[in-house]
Design a protein around this ligand. Structure first.
Ligand SMILES: NC(=O)c1ccc[n+]([C@@H]2O[C@H](COP(=O)([O-])OP(=O)(O)OC[C@H]3O[C@@H](n4cnc5c(N)ncnc54)[C@H](OP(=O)(O)O)[C@@H]3O)[C@@H](O)[C@H]2O)c1
Length: 223
């Protein structure tokens, strides 16, 4: 069993979710409110360590009316447990789970960072050898009571999650901007598929504009 997973992201018309230098303010005000409404409706929100290091996100519900208990559990996919001790995701606004990989568990548990984060109430889950086993993580989160999870990137984690068949729904905000840059992160990076036959198929379920942005929602046609 695993949670129902909604991937949400904002990209420029040329498919970039950040510039090559890491700037990622893409959504308009109304889209941010839409995103925070989805956060409010989810039990957990998950990002990769690349996003934590690049953006230091709070991952709370703060752009719409909400109570502290509306904040979803925050999950960081972080094989080597590199989450900085002062990352905002580890503050006490909401519960936090750091998902690491087994190879790094012992060394990490001997560090002061581990002790500090543990004292702050951060929980840890280890799976996989050198990289987090995403299926095992989803199974664990479901056992922890997470029924609906919002995935908020970034590019590398998005690809691993879709390749593993772990995403049910996608909502994307397309901003009328072009930034270019061969090294700028796209909606899905990772190793990619070799052929179109392997492409994950989607079904468009909704499309509308929010101010200048275009919102598209898709159902993922997992086999
Ligand atoms: N526009 C938007 O909506 C939006 C949203 C989110 C992020 N972003 C942007 O995306 C960029 C970050 O993306 P990113 O691709 O660098 O990083 P990411 O996807 O956030 O994190 C990737 C990291 O997760 C870890 N990981 C552990 N297990 C994994 C697994 N099984 N599969 C994949 N990753 C795994 C890996 O690091 P370890 O091996 O160290 O664990 C990997 O390098 C930032 O520039 C951010 O601004 C944009």
């Amino acid at each position: 069993m695993r949670p129902y997973v909604i991937l949400n992201s904002a990209m420029t018309l040329d498919g970039k979710i950040a510039t090559a230098t890491g700037s990622s303010n893409i959504s308009g005000k109304k889209d941010l409110e839409r995103v925070h409404q989805i956060r409010k409706e989810c039990d957990a929100i998950m990002v990769g360590i690349g996003t934590v290091i690049a953006d230091d996100p709070r991952l709370t519900v703060h752009k719409i009316d909400a109570d502290p208990e509306d904040n979803p559990v925050r999950v960081v996919v972080d094989s080597r447990c590199r989450t900085p001790v002062d990352a905002r995701i580890t503050n006490n606004d909401a519960k936090t789970i750091i998902a690491g990989a087994n190879e790094y568990k012992e060394d990490f548990m001997a560090t002061d960072t581990y002790e500090t984060l543990k004292e702050r109430g951060v929980k840890f889950f280890f799976s996989g050898d050198k990289r987090v086993d995403l299926k095992a993580l989803m199974n664990y989160l479901h056992e922890e009571g997470i029924e609906k999870l919002m995935l908020e990137g970034g590019a590398t984690l998005n690809f691993s999650m879709i390749k593993a068949g772990l995403i049910d729904e996608i909502s994307i905000c397309i901003a009328p901007m072009i930034v270019g840059g061969a090294n700028a992160k796209t909606f899905f990076d990772g190793e990619g598929f070799d052929t179109m036959d392997e492409a994950v198929r989607l079904e468009l379920t909704d499309s509308y504009t929010l101010d200048k942005d275009l919102i598209l929602t898709y159902k993922v046609l997992n086999d």
